[in-house]
Ligand binder design. Structure first.
Ligand SMILES: *Cc1c(COP(=O)(O)O)cnc(C)c1O
Length: 463
C-alpha cells in the first residue's frame, strides 16, 4: 500500500535519528532542520498531488546523506562563473566586459592589501581617489577634467543633479531612451530634481527646436546616445558643434549621455558609427558620461569627462559620496585605461575589443575545429554556420558582427533540453537556439572555454 500524509514524521523526530547527529555537528541544528523541513515539505507536496511515493527510512544513513547533499547545494556559491557562447560580446546578464589580466591583477592587489586610495604619498596628506584615473582619462579623451562614479546611470544622475536641479533640461523626443534594467532617461531627469523640457519629434529635432525652448530657467541641453535602437529614414538631429555653439550663446551646459564609451576609432573593425569620446568633446560637448564596462572593456564604472569648472562642482556635490566608485573597480579601471597607451594595443589587450577585432575567418577556423572535435567524439548532427554576433549592452544595435557558430542537435532531444543541460554544466554554458538547433558562437569563446564546451557537449551526448 502506498504511503500517505500520515506516514510523514515530525521534523524533531527525524533530527533525533542517530545518523542525523553528525550532520547537525557539521552544519548546525538550524541548517539541518531547515533542510529536513524542505525535504519533508517536498514529499508532502508530492503526496498531496496524488503521486505514488515510497517514503524513505527517515532514520537511515541514506536519508541523512540526502539532507547533507541538500545543505551542501544550498551553501554553494550563487554567483558563478559561466561560459558565454551567445555571441553577445557585452552581455549585461552575464556581467558585461571580461577584464584583461592586468586589470584582474590590479583588482586583486587592491583587494589584498591597503593602498594609497586617498593618500597623497608625496606629501603624506589626504589625497583623492579621483587622482588615480583623472590624468589618464584626460590624456585619452582630451578632456580638461574627469571624475569616476559607480556606473553611467550614477554619472548622469550626478551630472544633472549638480547642474540642473530646480531648473530645466532640454532633450529631443527622439532621444528619450530606456535602457534595460529600468534606466529611463525621463525618470533620471526627474530624480535629479530637474524638469524635462521635450523638444522636436520622434524622428526629427532641429537646432531651432532647442533654441526656441531655451529660457532663463534652462540649465542643460541633454543629448543621449540611442544605444539600443535606431530611427532610420526621414530623420534629423542637429550636429554636436551646432548644439555646442547654441549652448555657449545662451550660457547653458551641453551634456551627453553616451552609454558605451569608445576611446578608439572602431571603423577598422567594421564599426564606423560609434562616436569616439575625444571627438565628442572636441565638437564642444561640455560633459560626457559613459560606462566602464561596455566597449571600454573595464569594470562597472561611470566616467564623466569634460569642462574643469563643471567637474569641480560634481566632485564637491553631496551625492558624490553616495555614488563614488569602490577601490576594486577603481584599480581595475586604472589598469584597463593603461592598456589604451603604448606599448599596449587595446585591440589586442582589452578582451572585449580583441573579440570585436578578430577577423571572421579566424572565428570560422575555430568553429571548424570545435565541430571536428564533436564529430570525432560521435556527435552526428553538427555543422558550422555563418551567423551574426552582437556587441550588446545597447551598443551598435544596427551593426551585427560577422561570426561563425557550431550548430547542433542531439537525436531525440529538444533544443531547450540541450541548452538546459548546458546550463547545468560546471561551469554553466549559455547558448542560443535558432530554429530548433543550439548555436555556440565562437566569437565570444576563447580557447579554454571552447575546450570546456566540447567536453560538456560530449558528456551530455553520452549521458
Ligand atoms: C548603458 C547605458 C546607460 C547605463 O549605463 P550603466 O553603466 O549600466 O549604468 C546609460 N545611458 C546609455 C545611453 C547607455 O547605453
Amino acid at each position: 500500500m502506498a504511503d500517505t500524509l500520515k506516514d510523514l514524521p515530525q521534523i524533531e523526530a527525524v533530527l533525533r535519528a542517530r545518523p542525523m547527529r553528525s550532520v547537525i555537528a557539521r552544519y548546525t541544528h538550524m541548517e539541518t532542520a531547515d533542510a529536513v523541513r524542505a525535504q519533508i515539505g517536498s514529499l508532502r507536496a508530492g503526496l498531496l498531488e496524488g503521486a505514488e511515493i515510497d517514503l524513505p527510512d527517515f532514520n537511515a544513513d541514506g536519508f541523512a546523506a540526502s539532507i547533507e547533499a541538500r545543505i551542501v547545494a544550498a551553501r554553494a556559491p550563487r554567483l558563478r562563473r559561466v561560459i558565454n557562447a551567445t555571441g553577445v560580446l557585452i552581455h549585461t546578464n552575464l556581467g558585461r566586459a571580461p577584464l584583461a589580466p592586468q586589470a584582474r591583477a590590479a583588482l586583486h592587489a587592491a583587494a589584498a592589501a591597503p593602498s594609497n586610495l586617498e593618500l597623497d604619498l608625496a606629501t603624506g596628506k589626504r589625497g583623492s581617489r579621483h587622482d588615480h584615473t583623472e590624468g589618464l582619462i584626460c590624456a585619452l579623451t582630451g578632456a580638461q577634467a574627469a571624475v569616476v562614479v559607480n556606473n553611467c546611470a550614477a554619472a548622469v544622475l550626478l551630472g544633472l543633479t549638480a547642474t540642473a536641479s530646480g531648473r530645466s533640461v532640454i532633450a529631443s523626443r527622439g532621444e528619450l531612451i530606456e535602457i534595460g534594467g529600468s534606466y529611463r532617461l525621463p525618470d533620471v531627469i526627474t530624480q535629479s530634481g530637474a524638469r524635462l523640457h521635450e523638444v522636436g519629434t520622434t524622428n526629427k529635432t532641429r537646432l531651432a527646436d532647442y533654441e526656441a525652448a531655451i529660457d532663463e530657467n534652462t540649465a542643460v541641453l541633454l543629448k543621449s546616445h540611442t544605444s539600443n535602437f535606431r530611427i532610420t529614414g526621414f530623420t534629423a538631429a542637429p550636429a554636436r558643434k551646432d548644439l555646442a555653439r547654441l549652448a555657449v550663446r545662451h550660457d547653458v551646459i551641453l551634456m551627453e549621455d553616451l552609454g558605451s564609451g569608445v576611446l578608439i576609432d572602431l571603423s577598422p573593425y567594421g564599426l564606423p558609427d560609434e562616436p569616439v569620446v575625444r571627438d565628442i568633446l572636441e565638437a564642444g560637448v561640455d560633459l560626457v558620461m559613459f560606462s566602464g564596462d561596455k566597449l571600454l572593456g573595464g569594470p562597472q564604472a561611470g566616467i564623466i569627462a569634460g569642462r574643469r569648472d563643471i567637474i569641480a562642482r560634481l566632485k564637491a556635490h553631496p551625492l558624490m559620496r553616495a555614488l563614488r566608485i569602490d577601490k576594486l573597480s577603481l584599480a581595475a579601471l586604472e589598469a584597463t585605461l593603461r592598456l589604451y597607451r603604448a606599448p599596449h594595443d587595446p585591440a589586442v589587450d582589452v578582451p572585449v575589443l580583441a573579440m570585436l577585432a578578430e577577423p571572421a575567418e579566424a572565428v570560422q577556423l575555430r568553429a571548424n575545429a570545435l565541430a571536428e572535435a564533436l564529430v570525432e567524439a560521435g556527435l552526428d548532427d553538427v555543422e558550422v554556420v555563418a551567423c551574426e554576433a552582437q556587441v550588446g549592452a545597447g551598443a551598435l544595435p544596427s551593426r551585427p558582427l560577422e561570426s561563425f557558430a557550431v550548430s547542433l542537435r542531439l537525436a531525440g532531444r529538444r533544443a531547450e533540453a540541450l541548452t538546459a543541460a548546458l546550463r547545468r554544466n560546471d561551469p554553466p554554458i549559455v547558448a542560443r537556439i535558432v530554429r530548433e538547433r543550439v548555436l555556440l558562437d565562437l566569437r565570444t569563446l576563447n580557447a579554454p572555454e571552447t575546450k570546456a564546451v566540447a567536453a560538456a557537449l560530449i558528456g551530455i551526448s553520452q549521458a
